[in-house]
Design a protein around this ligand. Structure first.
Ligand code: KG4
Ligand code: ZN
Length: 353
């Protein structure tokens, strides 16, 4: 199985991504085309617009992944593609492309769950990572705590009852007038370094709920109120703000980040204690999804796992945010155990584009 070569395609949200990965975990190529510019201009994902953006670049992204790997469609063993969760219009662009490639070269198709891929990519980078393990998946649309018993066997320990943490980072960035050319999370992380994280007293969400669920809507509201009470001119971009105004924004960013992450820490502690009772052999907590590229998040969660003598596994930032490698890799894991669909009806290898 080490000589498998799988193409992974991801179009569930606002990134069009493709990658080619070998069965031994070697990444032969990876390409991501981001709609960040569109997002910044329109202030959010509009499904129809996102679909068009995917359609425009999908052929090019897949071709570039092949070119960079030095392979052609004939060298592939299978095509893996995200089938959900995500925007259905967007998912369809990826699925149709996968079917065209697979039909052209008579390749099996592997359907991949986006969140499973965020978790399993950790096994590509950390070869010691065996089942069972725990995973905290934190991104723009999802917030999950899961116990991974085995491939395809997961117990959900917690999810968000409203927004995901990435959404809270994005809104905080927007309201603070931060530079949104990238997504909001990195902008908040950066300005937070200048701020005093104890200066604004946000309350920790769901303190009274002794479960492992998350909530970020209330914290978002607290941030909005704090911004209003400090007379911050969010319409003025941070690069033009006075130094007083800049430091108020930094204080809010730092305080928000601290409390948002305290919420994660608390939920993780409870989930670990619970999970260790069912699966005492757990040795790892995987933290993945876009927000896991945040260094403060990593440092704080590292302290949590050490209390329980566990190891933190965080993929590198490029593999935490949406990417094709995680889809190809999850395809490989499933292919190995026979979970794939036969090739779709053949089409001419010349017109798989
Ligand atoms: O996993 P991902 O790329 O896409 C989804 O599946 O949603 O996650 C995107 C989210 C965005 O909300 C973005 O602001 C957040 O991840 N993010 C961060 C950082 N980098 C990306 N949040 C906090 N700090 C970061 N450094
Ligand atoms: Zn994602």
């Amino acid at each position: 199985h080490d000589d498998l070569v799988v193409l992974g395609i991801e179009t569930s949200c606002d990134d069009t991504a493709a990658a080619i990965v070998r069965g031994n975990g070697e990444i032969l190529s990876q390409v991501v085309s981001s709609q960040a510019d569109l997002l910044a201009r329109y202030g959010g994902v509009a499904p129809k617009m996102a679909e068009e953006a995917h359609s425009q670049v999908i052929d090019q992204v897949v071709q570039e992944a092949l070119d960079k790997s030095g392979l052609t469609g004939r060298d592939l063993s299978a095509v893996a593609v995200t089938i959900g969760p995500g925007l259905s219009l967007c998912l369809r662009v990826g699925v149709q492309k996968a079917r065209r490639v697979a039909g052209s070269f008579n390749l099996p198709i592997i359907s991949v769950h986006h969140m499973e891929a965020h978790a399993l990519v950790a096994r590509l980078i950390e070869k010691e990572l065996q089942f069972p393990f725990m995973a905290l998946l934190i991104s723009g649309g999802h917030n999950l705590l899961v116990l991974a018993h085995d491939l395809g066997q997961y117990t959900q320990l917690g999810t968000t009852i409203d927004d995901a943490i990435g959404e809270a980072f994005d809104k905080t960035a927007k309201w603070l007038g931060l530079d949104m050319r990238k997504s909001g999370g990195p902008a908040v992380e950066q300005i937070a370094q200048e701020g005093d994280a104890e200066s604004v007293r946000f309350s920790i969400p769901m303190k009274q709920h002794k479960d492992c669920n998350f909530s970020f809507a209330g914290l978002k509201t607290q941030v909005r109120l704090a911004i209003a009470s400090k007379n911050i001119e969010a319409k003025v971009p941070i690069s033009c703000a006075s130094s007083q105004d800049r430091s108020s924004r930094a204080d809010i960013a730092a305080s928000f980040q601290r409390v948002a992450v305290l919420h994660l820490e608390e939920r993780c502690e409870r989930a670990i204690e619970w999970a260790l009772k069912i699966e005492p052999s757990i040795k790892h907590l995987v933290v993945s999804g876009g927000v896991a590229s945040n260094q403060y998040v990593r440092a704080r969660l590292d302290r949590v796992v050490k209390k329980y003598s566990l190891q933190l596994v965080c993929p590198p930032p490029k593999l935490c945010t949406d990417n094709g490698v995680m889809i190809a890799w999850t395809g490989i894991e499933n292919f190995r155990v026979g979970r794939y669909d036969p090739p779709p009806p053949a089409n001419d290898p010349e017109d798989f584009m």
